[in-house]
Every structure is written in C-alpha cells, then in structure tokens.
Design a protein around this ligand. Sequence first.
Ligand code: BJW
Length: 294
Amino acid sequence: MAPSTSIPTFHAALATSPRILCLLGAGLSASSGLPTFRGKGGFWRNHDATVLATPEAFAADPGLVWQFYAHRRHMALNARPNPAHYALAKLGGKRGGDLMVLSQNVDGLSPRAGQPESTIRYLHGSLFDVKCVGENCGHSEKDNFKDPLCPALEILPNFSVPKDNEPRYTVKAEDLPRCPKCKTNILRPGVTWFGEALPEGMLEDADKWIDKGKVDLMLLIGTSAAVWPAAGYIEMARGAGARIAVVNMVAPGDPGRVGFKDEDWVFEGDAAKLVPEMLRPAIGEVYVRGDSAQ
Ligand code: BJW
C-alpha cells in the first residue's frame, strides 16, 4: 500500500478529524540543535547514547552518565523551541481535550513552547527532574533548571569535542549531586531508562484518552518508533480507527509495525518546517520571534 504525500489531502482530513493523537520523538527537536538518539546524532563522545541511557551504565559509572546528562541539560537550556513545537502548542490551545500528545522527549522544549499541560504526557520524564537513587527515600524534584547542577558537572569549553575522543576528566561519585533529604544517596536524572517503568499515570492517561472513542488521526513526528511501550500506541490508534501521518527526515517503510494504508500520509523532511504547514488550516500561521511565537 502506498501512503499519500499530499498536504492538501491531509488538510482536508484535518478539518474532519476531531480527535488527534501525536507521538513525538527526538527528530522534533533536531532543528533546535539537539541530537537524536539513533543514527548519526546518537553518539556522545565515543559512547552510544542508547547505552548511556540505562540503569546499568549509571550503576557502572554514575560520573560518566551524569556528565552525559549535564551536557544535555546545558544544551537543552540553551536551545529554543522550533516552529513545530509552537504549532503543536497552538493545536493544543485550539483542540484541548481532543488532542493527546505523547512525547518521548525530555528536553523541555514543548512546555517552553506553551503546550497546554492537559494535552501532553511526557512518557520518558524530563532532563530537569532529578530524584534520589535510594528506593526507600522517595525524594524527587521537578523543574530543577540549575546549570551546572553542581560544580563537578560544569560544562567545560572543550567538553563536547575532545580531540582524542576520550574524557578530559572524570567525576567522582562523591562530587555528584547528593540527595538533600536522605543526605546519603546521590541524585539521578528523572528520565526513564530501558527496563524502567514509565512515570506514574502516563500510560493510564494515554489509555483512558484512547478508550474515549474513535481516534481520527495519529501523527508520528520525528521518531524512529523503535521504543516500547511508546510505539505500541501506533497499533492502538490504528485499532481505534486512526489514519496515520508520518513526519520524518527519512520516511520509514512501516510505521511502528502496523503497515501503511493508502489513506495514510508520509511527509519526508524537517519537522520544524512540515508540522506548521500541515497544521496551518487549524492554527493559522506560526510566527516565531526570539523565545516566543504567535
Ligand atoms: C527527524 C529530523 C527532523 C531526525 N525532522 N524527523 C515491548 C513492550 C514493552 C517494552 C518493550 C517491548 N519490547 C522491548 C521492550 C523494552 C524496552 C524497549 O523498547 N526496547 C527497544 C530497544 C525494543 N522498553 C523499555 O525498557 C521501557 N520500559 C519498559 O518497558 O518497562 C517495563 C516495566 C514495567 C513495570 C516495571 C518495570 C519495567 C522504557 C523505555 C525508555 C526509553 N528511554 C530512552 C532514554 C530516555 C532518557 C534520555 O533521553 O536520555 O528514551 S531511549 C531513547 O529512545 C529515548 C527516546 O525517547 C527513545 C525514542 O527515540 P526517538 O525519540 O524515536 O529518537 P530516535 O533517535 O530513535 O529517532 C529520531 C527520528 O527522527 C529518526 O527516525 C530520524 O530520521 C528523525 N529525524 N531529524 C523530522 N529534523
């Protein structure tokens, strides 16, 4: 089956599609200068990002993993939402409860673009949440934007491109941020690593939204749809009647193992350019000026 590449037919469908589900991935923020996980951008120093984003890597070398996250916190704080973030935020303002955005991104750019909280769920947590590693302590902090989080995690000018591709310095466990509650354990990033349960309530909210009725459209924006349970929502949306529109730099042969239908769409290119264009009839133009948009 061959999906369409026609924006006008997508616009026609958008006008008659009340309930929209979106799955966002790292490609959404690529134009904001943040690297993706897989493919070319998926390495930090000489480490595979998908290996660093694991409890095993943190247990083996918390200093290294914290440096990875300190670097990403710094980059995300210095990045700006792009027109696609703003377009989705505007759609949230217009559609309210008829829109459900499931974001796999942890960079904070969707909230900074003004995405209404009720329209988005952050399946993989946030770079700006931190929590105690101790299972019994329970301490957690939301929206901790301190940069650097502690002196040992300061970003040095040569941090991102070391000539020999090896760490210039290592951070000892005793210099890592400590839990202010139990004062014993170190803190860890409040993100979801492989093998960990997603933040409480996320899947329940997403499931409840789907169970409310027909899903008219599902937009897959800048994601490889390789990670579960996030990717499982594609099949659920299909089961609830959704037509699928993929926005990706590289069009996949199959969106999340459900196969394309003639009634679906594939838009190949940069999400920052395509998403505002796709949503224009519903939200109008997106004008980005500095740190805000209209
Ligand atoms: C552009 C672009 C531009 C570029 N414009 N496009 C079946 C069911 C359930 C679970 C599993 C299952 N099978 C296996 C699992 C286990 C596992 C899993 O999915 N493994 C896979 C490898 C198969 N899942 C888990 O472990 C999850 N937890 C779990 O299942 O728990 C069970 C449990 C229950 C109860 C108790 C205990 C346990 C957790 C998954 C967590 C994923 N975490 C990460 C790291 C987050 C923190 C961090 O950011 O550091 O999430 S991994 C990484 O992948 C990150 C991303 O959110 C996620 C998805 O990646 P994404 O966003 O799609 O990025 P890329 O790089 O893959 O793709 C970017 C795309 O953009 C590309 O296609 C580009 O072409 C495109 N692009 N520029 C448009 N300008």
